[in-house]
Design a protein. Structure first.
Length: 202
């Protein structure tokens, strides 16, 4: 893996990184640090990469387990040391996983496996930072609506005896219908080898 970083003098403290896979990433600094705040900070890019790496693992493991996962969001919050080098000292990741009939145990296991074995980025950052995770599971609106249609099709009928009105049962989807959570700190083994592609391939 390789990466070439180019300084853009005309921007103050703007940089463009060219990755070995042929992509460009733009970075900039804060105004009080000589930049123009035109792009993410380098440390923000590092944090975003970590979130992307673990989300990659979680989605892939759920897919391999034939779970109907339809969305994955990771909200990452990090604290840094007060003095140089201002390394990350605490990182908390909140996963919001959307799908149909997702088992909390399966999501929890995927997150744990990512942080204990597969996610190279979080395992490296765990050398200086305490990493914690929590998750919630959201039943997809599409899945809920499909369930209502299926129930109607098999004859979920509401009869109004007095008015002689026969109507289909109607449901309304609103909000979160399943939830699994729990803040966990996962022990991270030193120098855990990356799994064969594509798991850990981020």
């Amino acid at each position: 893996m390789e990466c070439t970083i180019h300084w853009l003098p005309g921007t103050g403290m703007g940089f463009v990184a060219q990755t070995g896979s042929g992509h460009l990433i733009t970075m900039d600094g804060a105004v009080d640090g000589g930049g123009n705040n035109l792009a993410p900070r380098p440390m923000e890019t590092l944090l975003a990469g970590t979130g992307g790496c673990t989300a990659y693992d979680v989605v892939l493991m759920l897919q391999r387990g034939r779970h109907d996962v339809q969305g994955c969001q990771v909200k990452v919050h990090a604290d840094r040391a007060d003095h140089d080098p201002k390394v990350f000292t605490r990182i908390h990741m909140h996963f919001v996983v959307t799908g149909r009939k997702l088992a909390a145990a399966a999501v929890e296991r995927a997150i744990a496996m990512s942080h204990e074995k597969y996610c190279s980025a979080s395992i490296m950052l765990a050398k200086t930072a305490r990493i914690t995770t929590e998750f919630e599971i959201v039943e997809s609106a599409f899945a809920q609506q499909r369930q209502l249609v299926q129930r109607a099709q098999v004859g979920l009928v509401v009869n109004d005896q007095q008015a002689g009105v026969r109507g289909w049962a109607q449901g309304r989807v609103n909000g979160f219908v399943s939830w699994g959570s729990g803040v966990k700190q996962h022990p991270v083994a030193a120098r855990v080898p990356c799994a064969p592609p594509p798991l850990g391939a981020c």
